[in-house]
Design a protein around this ligand. Structure first.
Ligand SMILES: NC(=O)c1ccc[n+]([C@@H]2O[C@H](COP(=O)([O-])OP(=O)(O)OC[C@H]3O[C@@H](n4cnc5c(N)ncnc54)[C@H](OP(=O)(O)O)[C@@H]3O)[C@@H](O)[C@H]2O)c1
Length: 291
């Protein structure tokens, strides 16, 4: 499978997003199905698994997805040494399913310790600040992230749900190679983050495209709203979703889409997009549909 650089790591060009296995709009699939789905992702050659402390069915089961990913890696019959697990924190969940944000050093440090426990690790591979906390000066939190790395709690740091100004500021504070990744939403129906994607390319920061198929429950809508993906899929004998992911990959070597899945069949199909190269003519046809 085609690989891409992610901070100090080399990972598959398509990652796996664990969220729907633990935090779904409908019901969360059985644990065993989650394990099989992660195993299918690994079988397909995926070596990047994205999770977060809040990916859990309820506020008092935080860490659910991290524990699931840890068990899937532990029980996988093959070699998992090359698998990079990316997790996040900074979004809060509390009694009554109240959601918020907390970027204080004490809170983030506590969540890193919880993630280390849930994932059964001594150090986290990639740790991402999930969403800026508007009550904390952004630059100060970025300095805290640098400290977490210096202390050896995390090997690489990333940001999520950030704008171009925040990316520039963080890249300046963390210095060359200090900001491994930015994880923002990007799909045919959510293209406004293209400016952040392009900035990441210029700064040599990996861009992790989340909800790359349109987000759970909207995958069919994307296919019907933008028929060009199905047309090209038919011509190339691949699914429309593979064409969507291949179009995202065509934005640059720094882009890694992280599709979610609750079934082995869907993640197996999505993984194939890593080796699907669209021609300039196909990319042009897709872009023409957006104008
Ligand atoms: N940083 C953030 O704030 C943030 C926010 C949202 C998501 N994320 C990350 O991004 C990941 C992906 O986002 P997402 O799960 O919201 O949305 P998504 O990847 O756009 O869509 C997930 C859905 O796509 C379906 N699917 C996957 N591959 C398919 C294929 N080849 N053909 C047909 N259907 C396919 C899955 O179906 P099945 O369920 O049937 O398998 C699943 O329902 C998450 O898991 C999470 O790791 C991050």
């Amino acid at each position: 499978m085609q690989t891409r650089r992610l901070g100090p790591f080399t990972v598959s060009a398509v990652g796996f997003g664990g969220m729907p296995l633990s935090l779904a709009y409908g019901s969360v699939p059985p644990w065993e199905q989650g394990l099989l789905t992660v195993h299918a992702a690994l079988d397909a050659g995926i070596t990047l698994v994205d999770t977060a402390d809040i990916y859990a069915p309820t506020w008092d089961t935080m860490g659910h997805n991290e524990r699931l990913v840890a068990e899937a890696l532990r029980t996988y019959p093959g070699d998992t040494d090359a698998v990079v697990v990316a997790t996040k924190a900074g979004v809060t969940r509390g009694p009554g399913e109240t959601w918020g944000r907390d970027g204080s050093e004490a809170y983030l440090r506590g969540r890193i310790e919880a993630s280390l426990l849930a994932l059964g690790r001594d150090v986290l591979d990639l740790w991402q600040w999930h969403r800026p906390d508007l009550w904390q000066p952004f630059g100060e939190v970025v300095q805290t992230l640098a400290r977490f790395r210096e202390e050896g709690l995390v090997r690489a740091v990333g940001l999520s749900n950030v704008n171009t100004e925040q990316i520039e500021l963080a890249a300046g504070i963390l210095g060359p190679g200090g900001l491994a990744s930015v994880q923002n939403q990007f799909s045919p129906r959510f293209r406004s983050s293209r400016q952040e994607l392009e900035l990441c390319g210029r700064l040599d920061v990996t861009f992790l495209a989340y909800s790359p198929l349109g987000g759970e429950g909207r995958v069919g809508l994307v296919a019907s709203s933008f028929p060009v993906f199905a047309e090209i899929g038919l011509e190339r004998d691949v699914s429309p979703q593979q064409v969507v992911l291949a179009w995202e990959l065509a934005h640059g070597d720094h882009v890694i889409p992280i599709p979610g899945a609750t079934r082995p069949a869907t993640i197996t199909d999505s993984a194939r997009a890593a080796d699907l190269r669209l021609t300039d003519e196909e990319v042009g046809r897709i872009e023409a549909q957006f104008t």
